[in-house]
Design a protein around this ligand. Structure first.
Ligand SMILES: [Fe+2]
Length: 229
């Protein structure tokens, strides 16, 4: 698998990696190298993860530029979005690769991944604090019913609030082993329905405005409404 990795926000260079054998230009920094190596390791554990990471990172960067132009300029945001699920590297194969719906006890194991990831990226001190924010908080909910810390409202880092909307939309609109993808329009309706409970209302408003622009520019078929260019 080949991954085009747009790392660290708009000011950083683009790089390409093979998930099986990482080959990086020498001019890349420690952060870029660490991110590429971590993603390659996760891809080996869970094939397809890099494709998902790249897709949601692109979309989340686009949404950030609308929801918070100041945040979009910060170094390390691309790294944060790409590494959001790096903690899954610590989930046992029997659960990580299970083709069927997870049991409640298996779900509790999967829900360890934000803390596992946070512990991992905290050791890489050259990574932006944004990475820890997104890795550790991307499953928190605006109403305080998320995990792992049950943070609520603005106590959840903004980058994690933005990412949560994109991650949920992507999860709904792409195939899972145990269910068909939801049509993009239905997924958007669900995101809107969860504004103020699961998601930050201001982020949902920005997401819907971005979709409105995408609709006007290029009407697209089912599931492709927000496919990044
Ligand atoms: Fe996750």
């Amino acid at each position: 698998m080949h991954l085009a990795l747009r790392a660290g926000g708009p000011k950083n260079a683009e790089m390409s990696i093979s998930a099986a054998a990482v080959r990086l230009p020498l001019r890349l920094g420690d952060g870029d190298r660490a991110v590429a190596a971590l993603l390659a390791a996760l891809e080996l554990r869970h094939p397809g993860t890099c494709r998902h990471a790249e897709r949601v990172a692109d979309l989340a960067l686009n949404l950030t530029s609308i929801a918070s132009p100041e945040l979009a300029l910060q170094e390390g945001l691309g790294h944060a979005y790409l590494l959001h699920d790096i903690g899954k590297i610590g989930i046992p194969d029997a659960i990580l690769l299970k083709p069927d719906r997870l049991t409640p006890s298996e779900m509790r194991v999967v829900r360890r991944h934000p803390r596992l990831g946070e512990d991992l990226v905290r050791r890489l001190r050259f990574l932006s604090p944004l990475v820890r924010d997104v890795v550790g908080c991307h499953h928190e909910r605006w109403d305080g019913c998320g995990y792992p810390r049950q943070l609520a409202g603005p106590n959840i880092p903004l980058a994690a609030r933005i990412f949560a909307v994109v991650d949920a939309f992507d999860a709904m609109t792409h195939l899972r082993p145990y269910r068909e993808p939801v049509a993009a329009e239905d997924a958007l309706a669900e995101v809107e329905r969860c504004s103020g409970t699961q998601f930050d209302p201001s982020v949902v408003a920005a997401f819907l405005s971005m979709v409105g622009v995408a609709r006007r520019v290029a009407p697209t078929p089912r599931g492709d409404l927000l496919r990044p260019a």
